[in-house]
Design a protein around this ligand. Structure first.
Ligand SMILES: Nc1ncnc2c1ncn2[C@@H]1O[C@H](COP(=O)(O)OP(=O)(O)OP(=O)(O)O)[C@@H](O)[C@H]1O
Length: 285
């Protein structure tokens, strides 16, 4: 893997707020080396990763840079070759799957469609990942499901079978399923992929609302760096399976990062709000 990190020191620096007070991490990855059975050695090597508590962190980076792999390790869907993941200070491998489902709401890109069930049944299933389907008896659970359907804006398609939905509609159904779990940590792999611009805004607004009103911690993979920079409190920039840089968007998004990591020449403007204006793709490095 190429060694292009701009600031490896920052991997070990704790995040602080405006007053210099350390912000706790909801999730920590330490000394992670991650591989797949068929990969030729680790595809991700990450000395230290912090997902700050009650903040929104966006993972950004080009295709194949290791974002999903990292998220899979954080959500216990991929066992690290070396290193540990801690959630609220406890080793992830000490949790049962049932306990984890209560802690983490995970949207992955590898969802199976669960056959021919309806959207509503899928969302109920999110509320009961280890109990089968909802029997309609618990009022609080019923409200959580209704709220998730409302937040995702999928009332009109609640009775439709998953197999009859468009890609974007299916994505919204999966998002509702994760929201119905009502966890205080959300790990979302590309929630806005397949969505039109209206639904992209709506989903991002919902995530922000959950963060601000309920203190939900969010780690989310986004492909649009300008959108990620405007939306997130912190960015984690991946490149070639390594952490290139992380911190607040104003520190991470630079013309250097865009050239090194994304291979584009771009203008970065910070006023009135952070904007990335691509000029051209750079030749392959
Ligand atoms: N199931 C797998 N088996 C073997 N290698 C894999 C597997 N999934 C991913 N990889 C490899 O791991 C590396 C990182 O992939 P990953 O999916 O984490 O990237 P990503 O940054 O999420 O990419 P994208 O933006 O395209 O979704 C890539 O080189 C990819 O080829």
């Amino acid at each position: 893997m190429a060694r292009t990190q701009r600031n490896t020191d920052r991997e070990r620096t704790r995040i602080t707020d405006d007053n210099g007070v350390a912000i706790e991490s909801a999730l920590v990855g330490d000394g992670l080396e991650l591989s797949y059975p068929s990969s030729d050695g680790p595809v991700v090597e990450c000395t230290r990763l912090d997902i700050p508590e009650e903040a929104v962190t966006a993972l950004v980076g080009p295709n194949g840079s290791g974002k999903s792999t990292l998220l899979k390790a954080l959500s216990s869907h991929l066992e690290p070759d070396t290193g540990t993941v801690r959630i609220h200070g406890e080793n992830l491998d000490s949790f049962s799957q049932k306990e984890l489902a209560r802690e983490l709401g995970v949207l992955s890109q590898e969802n199976d469609s669960l056959g021919s069930i309806s959207v509503e049944d899928l969302v109920y299933h999110g509320r009961y990942p280890h109990r089968g389907f909802f029997d309609g008896t618990d009022e609080a659970d019923h409200r959580a499901v209704e709220r998730a359907i409302e937040l995702a804006g999928i009332d009109e398609i609640r009775d439709t079978e998953l197999g009859q939905l468009s890609g974007g509609q299916k994505q919204l159904a999966w998002i509702a399923m994760v929201l119905a779990q009502d966890t205080d940590v959300l790990l979302l792999d590309e929630p806005t992929t397949f969505l039109d611009v209206h639904h992209q805004f709506r989903v991002l607004e919902t995530i922000r609302q959950l963060n601000e009103e309920k203190g939900v911690t969010v780690a989310v993979i986004l492909h649009d760096i300008a959108q990620a920079a405007r939306f997130a409190d912190y960015l984690v920039a991946m490149h070639d399976g390594e952490l290139y840089d992380w911190g607040p968007p104003e520190e991470v998004v630079t013309e250097q990062l865009l050239a090194d990591v994304f291979g584009i020449e771009a203008v970065v403007e910070y006023e009135p709000e952070l904007q990335v204006l691509p000029k051209r793709a750079l030749p392959d490095r």
